[in-house]
Write a protein of this length. Structure first.
Length: 452
């Protein structure tokens, strides 16, 4: 039986209600009851003096943990990293990828519990890879598209929150293929997220393509990790273009992580012929993040070997522009998304540090106002996903709560060790129960699936 909890004397920040004041939060049966100056009796009293008390963070763009079909279990690495940085809801299935069949993955999450709540998008690439003789560089035929469309519709009916595309990674995807699947999100007004077709100066045409799909299909679209797509000098113009789309009634918003390097597999299309010229870089701009060369800077010899023999090897690409990333993160069009992903337990520090880093590097020094910064991590994502009981402290909403010390929050993960957990989080509550206390996980099975 869930207990009543009174969180006392913290600075309560709830962007959904424009609240930013020292007061109390009262919780009963896993739900928010009230923001109040009173001190009702409660089974548990948490003294949040000197801390920020806000809705649990929502990571609108991450990549879910691996699923093991032999044991029918899900690993907890990514989700525990999320919990350590105040996240209470992960949205996986991004960039077109699913770790496994999304319906079964969500069912396993409900059966076993998870470190944080989980919602999934249905991945276009995942569906495409179920087609025999799939080739990412070629278009699918009419029969394959019909099969994919039927499978995708079924996943949406089972509770997936929308559809994701990784068009850059599947260049054979045609506009017709995009539209056929994206139009399924009209039902239920679900979200379409896309890793768009190209980056650098070609990102403008890629954004136009996403806008065209949105307008033609009458759907809302999310421009995934805009920093890694337009963070090479294109950001001011790109954000202005998105603002213009919105003025025309095209509902496009974006997410971004607060780092100036991206991460992807060495076998992905990102590193197809000509990439060094495109990025105006050399091989040593790439850090190998997993496998036999983990921690080493790339050389042509290492690159050629891994492309041929270990294409799933994780890499970090140091190509992005600091100024562009800051421009994106401060834009009202952009919310926070970690794009967290790991390969064999290794990977980019964004999976462990994105939300803590945004607090320490943007909110704490005053680059962005507290209420606006918290909004980018809570209500903005909940509204985008049409989840009215998440990301706010309205009465009746789920009691997912993050309590942190603004002066001491920090990201600790590095590019060499991306798993070091964030610090400065006093409590994280999921469904009105304590999941983390004083930076230590005390219950890693409180998370459930979130379906729509």
């Amino acid at each position: 039986m869930k207990k009543s909890i009174l969180i006392q004397n913290g600075r309560v920040v709830d962007p959904a209600q424009a609240i930013n004041k020292i007061t109390n939060v009262y919780i009963e049966d896993g739900k928010i009851c009230a923001i109040t100056n009173a001190s009702p009796n409660a089974d548990i009293i948490i003294n949040a003096s000197g801390n920020i008390v806000c809705p649990g963070f929502i990571d609108i763009h991450m990549h879910e943990d691996d699923y093991d079909p032999k044991t029918d279990t899900v690993s907890r690495s990514m989700a525990e990293s999320a919990l350590h940085m105040g996240v209470t809801l992960d949205i996986g299935g991004n960039c077109g990828d699913n770790a496994f069949d999304p319906k079964h993955y969500l069912d396993v999450t409900d059966r076993d519990g998870a470190p944080v709540n989980l919602g999934l998008l249905a991945g276009h690439t995942y569906l495409r890879e179920q087609i025999p003789n799939h080739n990412k560089y070629k278009a699918v035929d009419a029969l394959a598209l019909k099969t994919m469309t039927k499978a995708c519709a079924s996943l949406l009916d089972c509770g997936c929150l929308g559809i994701s595309f990784g068009v850059k990674y599947v260049p054979g995807t045609t506009p017709e293929e995009l539209s056929a699947l994206a139009s399924l999100c009209q039902k239920g007004d679900k979200l379409v997220a896309s890793h768009v077709r190209q980056d650098l100066d070609e990102v403008f045409a890629a954004a136009d393509e996403l806008a065209t799909v949105s307008q033609a299909c009458g759907i809302r679209v999310q421009f995934s990790h805009i920093g890694s797509m337009g963070g090479y000098g294109q950001m001011p113009r790109l954000l202005e273009n998105i603002k213009n789309y919105r003025a025309k009634g095209i509902d496009m918003l974006c997410d971004c992580y607060p780092y100036n390097a991206f991460s992807t597999g060495i076998g992905e299309t990102t590193y197809d012929d000509g990439f060094l010229t495109r990025y105006q870089a050399d091989y040593d701009s790439i850090l190998i993040a997993s496998g036999k060369y983990a921690g080493k800077r790339c050389t042509k010899e290492i690159f050629d070997e891994l492309r041929a023999t270990a294409p799933d090897t994780a890499t970090v690409g140091y190509f992005m522009n600091d100024t562009d990333i800051e421009t994106a993160l401060l834009s009202p069009l952009v919310m926070i998304g970690s794009d967290g992903v790991r390969t064999s337990g290794m990977g980019h520090p964004r999976a462990s540090g994105s939300f803590a880093r945004f607090i320490s590097d943007y909110i704490r020094p005053g680059k962005i106002e507290l209420l606006e910064g918290i909004n980018k991590m809570t209500a903005m994502a909940a509204n985008r996903l049409h989840l009215p009981h998440k990301g706010n402290f309205l009465p009746g909403s789920d009691a997912d709560v993050t309590i942190f010390d603004l002066e001491n929050v920090r990201d600790c993960a590095t590019y060499e060790n991306g798993q070091i957990p964030a610090k400065g989080f006093s409590y994280v509550l999921i469904g009105g129960e304590i999941a983390l206390q004083d930076d230590q996980i005390v219950n890693n099975r409180l998370g459930k699936s979130v379906r729509k």
